[in-house]
Design a protein around this ligand. Structure first.
Ligand code: HEC
Length: 179
């Protein structure tokens, strides 16, 4: 196998490569991946909120958000994540360009979409306050649930209109993974 790989590599280093390599698959814009992730997560969150309120929705979010993220990365062949200066779930680590943006734009801003990197600011809406707002407004059940799932939670105390965090996506395997 190793020999074959070497031979193929050698063949590919010449100009004949263009003829034998398949046409590159058309790449979808990063905004399509961001829309897919945000849309799917929002739908599941809304359904869970309507069914069992914030206590159920926290559990759904804890289970589904990481899976939807992994699905989107696989389906689109990109890196994607959410980040914040005060996080509930610290994984995945944000790449440096995302932490730099967060440090420079504590109140939000225009974001980024340059073809290889996308960053969308996520502002705190009224519904977000139910799980990211003043914890003294949470029911004891909700507080217990959040504490048990996220003992190091830092994502409460946000106010309506504040920057809650960002959604980022990247085509760059190094800059995107940020590991
Ligand atoms: C039902 C409770 C609930 C609601 C409502 C909610 N979130 Fe969250 N949020 C969570 C949970 C749970 C996580 C951690 C998910 C995980 O483990 O990946 C989270 C994580 C996040 C993160 C990732 C960064 C971090 O702190 O881990 C962002 C950004 C975020 N939420 C923004 C929002 C915004 C914006 C809204 C309103 C549109 C919102 N959330 C509404 C429960 C909620």
């Amino acid at each position: 196998m190793k020999r074959l790989a070497v031979v193929l590599l050698a063949a590919c280093s010449g100009i004949g490569c263009a003829k034998i390599s398949p046409a590159p698959a058309p790449t979808k814009p990063l905004s399509a991946a961001a829309d897919a992730f945000q849309g799917a997560l929002q739908k599941e969150l809304q359904t869970a909120m309507a069914h069992g309120g914030p206590v159920e929705a926290v559990a759904v979010c804890a289970d589904r958000a990481p899976k939807l993220r992994a699905d989107t990365e696989r389906d689109f062949g990109i890196h994607l994540g959410r980040a914040s200066t005060r996080r509930r779930n610290p994984s995945p680590a944000a790449p440096p360009w995302v932490t730099d943006w967060l440090a420079a734009n504590p109140n939000g801003g225009a974001g980024i979409d340059d073809g290889t990197r996308l960053l969308r600011p996520l502002l705190t809406g009224d519904v977000c306050l139910k799980c990211h707002g003043d914890p003294t407004t949470f029911s004891p059940e909700l507080r217990n649930k959040i504490d048990s799932l996220y003992p190091n939670d830092r994502a409460t105390g946000f106010k309506a209109g504040e920057l809650r965090g960002v959604l980022w996506a990247s085509r760059d395997p190094e800059g995107g993974a940020g590991k």
